[in-house]
Design a protein around this ligand. Sequence first.
Ligand code: NAG
Ligand code: NAG
Ligand code: NAG
Ligand code: NAG
Length: 235
Amino acid sequence: MRLSSAVVAATAILVASTQAEQLLYRNTFNGTDALAGWVAEGPLNATVSNNTLELRGGGNLDDYFVYWLPEIFPERIRITWEFSPIQEPGLAMFFFGATSVAGGSIFDKGLAARNGSYPQYHSSDIRMLHASYFRRRWPEERAFHVANLRKSPGFHLVAQGADPLPPVVDAKGAFYKVEVVKDKRDVKFSVNGLLLFAWEDTKTDTGPVVREGRIAFRQMQPLIARYRNLEVWRL
Ligand SMILES: *[C@@H]1O[C@H](CO)[C@@H](O)[C@H](O)[C@H]1NC(C)=O
Ligand SMILES: *[C@@H]1O[C@H](CO)[C@@H](O)[C@H](O)[C@H]1NC(C)=O
Ligand SMILES: *[C@@H]1O[C@H](CO)[C@@H](O)[C@H](O)[C@H]1NC(C)=O
Ligand SMILES: *[C@@H]1O[C@H](CO)[C@@H](O)[C@H](O)[C@H]1NC(C)=O
């Protein structure tokens, strides 16, 4: 290869790898309109004030909820938000890349009914990835704090890492920056810049690679948690 073409090729690679991310979605929770179109499954109480979304269960202790954004996001995205646990125990989880198993919308007619109960999401007719990161619902979760990445349908545990989030008493209302990178087959999950787990979907026994789809927050009671500055960037 002549020097000039080598330089051209190297420049092209540099340009491709430094292309700016594109902001697809930003929610600063600056009013109740911020939740327009969001879909609740299971009883929840959502309040917006001071640029903060606060979520808590609105039903019995064993009734959990999922709160979907209306947007469908592409397969190469970076999602960030700030999270603050206000009351524990409980559990916080993030769903991403959600579609029907057939490849359509999770809201397509004919899909099984959902009300926040976990098996309806991990072993039914929708496909997605789900990261649980403030797992404090059950005694065994509180005894050893880990964050889990699972792939549905099938309840496949595909990655796990230590969860650095402190209990409510030590968080003292602080917000922690959560970042999820989903770059086709590659998933990374970080809190305050610390990588909890990374995973590449090269397995064939967990079904097709999760592509574009919806995102959602899920909580298990009696967690009360706050969320700020939700952003989705196209990689
Ligand atoms: C909230 O922020 C959005 C996006 O920046 C803006 O369009 C909207 O007018 C704001 N709403 C209020 C009530 O300030
Ligand atoms: C509102 O949020 C700001 C940070 O954005 C924080 O400094 C302030 O304490 C909050 N106020 C209340 C009343 O929660
Ligand atoms: C939901 O939030 C509103 C406003 O803070 C409050 O009045 C209501 O009692 C809450 N309901 C439940 C079930 O927590
Ligand atoms: C949610 O659905 C499950 C069945 O999948 C049921 O056992 C449970 O009672 C339902 N919860 C609510 C709050 O309706």
